[in-house]
Design a binder for this molecule. Structure first.
Ligand SMILES: [Zn+2]
Length: 443
């Protein structure tokens, strides 16, 4: 069989002007539906909202039918097209053309595809496929003049602006930050970055101050498309100031560092779950189920069932599965000295098994109420040399510290970020400054 995908694979940059006006809305609506970090800004000063547009009606070439297909876990593009009614060899031909601009294996569950069929004497004939894998990118495959499929990728560059936000905390950093106009994605990243050094349940007091500087990416209509990099964040807690600067290392990794160039990342997180309330501390207590006094060798966090639980550090899964009164249980070995354990989970993240390597912050399971419990919670333990220790007070080894040339590059980046901060005095401020030049790419 002759593969007739004479796909041009043209890459058009900035050709969004040619895109249908409805496309941006459709893309935004699709991304919103997938829970991506597209969001509206709610600020006391500005109010830019992406309207909750319905998925725009699909554009059908000539007369015919179009429909939307949703990618599910385990489904392939070929199976989706076949289910939609495409003949197998037509689907095969289309996928061959698509490969010139997009690897179909990169389709993610939840992605919506638009397919069009042209009616050819009563039998439907697949004529077009189109989808937006990200807000900046549209993929379209359709029949060209010669009758074979041609694939086209349209890139719509987003404009980067810097947002500098300062404020004081009434109840929580997240609420205060949202109130001052910061995006949820920027605040979530900030909370993650501080979770190694700050105990968000005990350390935050009314009147504590915060500051962050991050990138916002806007589409051609001036709508906030997504949140970019968090460049700087600081918290002043009861007078103690903690500051982080983002730095991209020569090897491509990035991390947050304090003014001396020490990574703020510790080998283990003290709280491997977001937004949870500490419901029971480490130590002797009256057991809620058994009734008598018993040593509690971990800490308990209360949160809604299904809340994601993170690996507290990089490591290898040593034990996973039901384990006595612990219910669904995972234990991770981080190094020769440290292990962490997580109990009473509702279930585990898929693809994890004994021996799986996990990274810090990776979702390993979901909060539940399995095992001997009186209510849903995460029971979290840190083991040092095989013995449980108090996760809230144990001395944790710190991450890397920059030295030599890398330290110099970081200090240059820090000065550049500080100059930008100097221009973001008071409340929310958005500039049209081009994105920060990365020292690594500048040589
Ligand atoms: Zn417990």
């Amino acid at each position: 069989m002759v593969r007739s995908s004479r796909s041009s694979g043209r890459r058009r940059v900035g050709s969004w002007l040619l895109a249908l006006p409805a496309l941006g809305l459709a893309a935004a609506a699709l991304l919103l539906a997938q829970g991506s970090p597209v969001e509206a800004i709610a600020s006391p000063r500005t109010s830019v909202r992406i309207p909750p547009a319905p998925v725009a009606a699909t554009q059908v070439p000539e007369s015919g039918v179009s429909r939307e297909l949703q990618v599910h876990r385990g489904s392939t593009l070929a199976s989706l097209l076949n289910q939609a009614g495409a003949a197998p060899d037509t689907a095969h031909e289309m996928i061959g053309a698509l490969r010139h601009v997009f690897d179909p294996r990169e389709l993610r569950p939840g992605q919506v595809l638009e397919v069009a069929f042209r009616d050819a004497k009563g039998s439907s004939r697949l004529s077009e496929l189109r989808f937006t894998p990200s807000l900046e990118r549209e993929i379209r495959v359709r029949r060209g003049a010669q009758g074979s499929f041609e694939a086209e990728e349209t890139l719509r560059p987003l404009e980067t602006r810097l947002a500098g936000i300062r404020g004081s905390i009434e109840s929580s950093l997240f609420r205060a930050g949202r109130g001052a106009g910061a995006t949820a994605a920027a605040l979530t990243e900030m909370i993650h970055a501080f979770s190694f050094s700050v105990d968000f349940q005990r350390d935050i007091r009314r009147g504590d101050r915060f500051e962050l500087l991050y990138e916002e990416l806007y589409d051609e209509q001036g709508r906030l498309a997504r949140t970019g990099r968090l460049l700087f964040a600081s918290l002043t807690l009861s007078g103690r100031r903690i500051e982080h600067w983002r730095h991209e290392l020569a090897d491509g990794r990035h991390d947050n560092f304090d003014a001396s160039g020490a990574s703020v990342r510790k080998t283990l997180m003290r709280t491997p779950i977001d937004g949870a309330r500490l419901s029971s501390g480490y130590g002797r207590r009256r057991h809620p189920v058994l009734g008598y006094s018993k040593m509690h060798r971990g800490v308990d966090f209360a949160a809604p069932i299904g809340t994601p639980i993170y690996a507290a550090g990089d490591g290898v899964i040593e034990r996973i599965g039901p384990f006595s009164t612990f219910g669904n249980y995972i234990r991770i070995r981080h190094n020769a000295s440290y292990q962490t354990a997580y109990a009473h989970m509702r279930g585990f993240a898929s693809n994890l098994r004994r021996g799986s390597r996990v990274h810090q912050g990776q979702v390993i399971g979901y909060l539940g109420r399995t095992g001997r419990v009186s209510g849903p919670h995460l029971h979290y333990e840190v083991h040092l040399s095989g013995r449980q220790v108090n996760p809230r007070t144990v001395q944790l080894p710190s991450g890397e510290t920059l030295l030599g040339e890398e330290l110099e590059r970081f200090q240059a980046a820090r000065r550049r970020i500080n100059r930008l901060r100097g221009r973001t005095m008071f409340s929310r401020w958005v500039s049209r400054t081009p994105p920060l030049a990365e020292p690594s790419s500048a040589g």
